[in-house]
Design a protein around this ligand. Structure first.
Ligand SMILES: *[C@@H]1O[C@H](CO)[C@@H](O)[C@H](O)[C@H]1NC(C)=O
Ligand SMILES: *[C@@H]1O[C@H](CO)[C@@H](O)[C@H](O)[C@H]1NC(C)=O
Ligand SMILES: *[C@@H]1O[C@H](CO)[C@@H](O)[C@H](O)[C@H]1NC(C)=O
Length: 483
């Protein structure tokens, strides 16, 4: 109404009114462009925040989000660190935790820190110690092939005597709590906690015995409870705790009742030079394994083909899907008991066997969507992260560790409850979206993975963590050297 009146007045123009009209018009123009500018800023700022948590100022020990979100500058200070790890990868195909330890400590040693690792070889055979530049790996095995703590500590004390360690780090309980208790400068990284394992046993019980009135006597679920209680009691023997998902950090505060300031979230990263987008390599892999060119959608799953990785769930869901969608194909990378069951599903499933790490990137590239039906909500599955680096959207159960840290929004993929019906429903949705939408989500995945899950991001977060533990000045963020 006000506008109309102004417009009306301006037609019967006295000089004064004309000036007012033009002033109002320019004001409107100024405001409009200001709002447009603001709206644009919001669009620009979202990815910035995503990548950098640009607004965080303060003490890093108060951060409730992953340290990976921040950008830490270089440092000249060099640390001497002791590390306890259950195993160290020697020979073929390392598992998740070993791969994590090896990636992290190679990266920290490359940054000039002196790293001493106390561990045993993953192949459980006698092995010479490793000395590569700043990285020293001591194999201290007992008769069973696991770490002999007394022996490891003899070596530890010898090295500490010639220059004290700045900080000690243990991968899970590699250093048991009754020893950890006496080390004030110690942090532990939890790769899976019993609260999450209990969660996992709950799903397995529901899936395996959907119609039982009560769980059978002493199911794995019931056995998990005393383990959980024990864990809650001994966790406080460790001073500082690093979690690999935001949700595990919340559990340590809310259920395990540990002080918020001693809980830190640092996500695992993978070598993003090994997992890259290469569509030609993906197309070649499809041809090699005889995926028809007119396939409407190609899904893939990787890892050990065992029950608790969710293969019974995928088997059921996929056999129902191909009845309605004969153009959908499933590539299976890995070995294990479920291999033969998949072969029963006919020509829509191609079982590739276990792949070398170098072939894994090509495998992800051959897919439209990567599926991880795991029934184990603990930790962060590296395969999801690897697939994202290759520019592939992911489909995974809606566990807190996944929706809180990996598939944080619908733009990155799909989540479902770990039961067949929910899985089939979400597969229908994936098929309806089709390859073009999946490609778009895949690009968002790649961007997100590069901002959070690289080996470099992980190493610089750990570096800053150890610096902060040694000298609280490094707990401030941002420092002048930070980006
Ligand atoms: C562990 O190492 C100590 C010290 O070297 C040794 O006395 C002990 O026999 C070892 N224990 C086992 C189980 O190998
Ligand atoms: C390492 O050496 C320092 C300095 O000699 C000593 O104060 C510290 O207690 C030693 N650490 C352990 C865990 O023995
Ligand atoms: C793909 O092509 C084959 C052979 O030309 C044909 O039998 C099949 O029905 C086609 N599949 C789809 C999903 O179009």
């Amino acid at each position: 109404m006000a506008m109309k009146r102004q417009a009306y007045k301006s037609t019967s123009c006295s000089n004064f009114l004309c000036i007012r009209y033009s002033t109002i018009l320019s004001l409107i123009l100024v405001f409009t462009s200001f709002f447009l500018f603001l709206a644009q800023l919001r669009h620009v700022r979202e990815p910035l925040l995503w990548a950098g948590q640009a607004r965080f100022h303060g003490d890093l020990r108060d951060a409730k989000f992953p340290w990976n979100k921040l950008c830490f500058g270089p440092t000249f200070k060099k640390l001497k660190l002791a590390v306890f790890s259950k195993t160290w990868p020697v020979g073929a195909a390392p598992g998740g935790m070993e791969r994590h330890a090896s990636t992290l400590y190679h990266a920290l040693a490359a940054r000039g820190h002196e790293i001493h690792v106390f561990t045993v070889p993953s192949n459980r055979r006698p092995q010479h110690d490793i000395h590569e530049g700043n990285l020293h790996v001591y194999f201290a095995a007992n008769d069973h092939g696991s770490v002999n703590c007394s022996l490891a500590f003899e070596i530890f004390n010898k090295i500490n005597a010639s220059g004290a360690f700045d900080y000690v780090h243990t991968e899970s309980v590699s250093l048991p709590y009754w020893r950890a208790k006496f080390l004030p400068n110690l942090a532990v990284t939890w790769h899976g906690i019993w609260y999450e394992i209990m969660h996992s046993k709950l799903f397995q019980e529901l899936l395996v015995n959907p119609n039982e009135a009560l769980p059978g006597p002493m199911t794995e679920l019931q056995e998990a409870i005393p383990r959980l209680i024990d864990e809650i009691r001994f966790f406080s023997s460790y001073r500082q705790h690093i979690c690999i998902s935001t949700s595990a950090g919340e559990v340590l505060v809310n259920i395990y009742q540990l002080p918020q300031r001693n809980i830190h979230v640092i996500l695992n990263g993978v070598d993003d030079a090994k997992f890259v987008q290469e569509p030609e390599a993906g197309a070649a892999l499809r041809r090699k394994h005889g995926v028809p060119v007119n396939a409407s959608l190609v899904m893939g799953v990787a890892g050990r083909l065992v029950r608790d990785k969710g293969h019974p769930l995928l088997y059921e869901a996929f056999s129902s899907i191909i009845k309605r969608h004969p153009g959908v194909f499933l590539l299976v990378a890995g070995s294990g008991p479920w291999r033969r069951r998949y072969a029963e599903l006919g020509s829509n499933v191609m079982v590739l066997g276990a792949l070398e790490p170098s072939e894994l990137s090509k495998f992800y590239n051959a897919l439209d969507v990567f599926v991880n039906p795991t029934l184990r909500p603990q930790g962060l599955d590296l395969t999801l992260i690897e697939a994202m680096h290759c520019g592939k959207p992911v489909l995974a159960p809606n566990y807190p560790s996944i929706v809180g840290t990996v598939v944080v929004n619908e733009g990155l993929g799909y989540t479902f409850s770990p039961n067949v019906k929910s899985f089939v429903d979400v597969l229908e949705l994936v098929i309806r979206d089709g390859p073009e939408v999946l490609k778009r989500k895949g690009m968002a995945c790649k961007e997100y993975a590069l901002s959070m899950f690289t080996a470099n991001k992980m190493a610089s977060a750990y570096e800053r963590f150890f610096l902060c533990m040694k000298d609280t000045r490094y707990c401030q963020y941002p420092l002048l050297t930070d980006c």
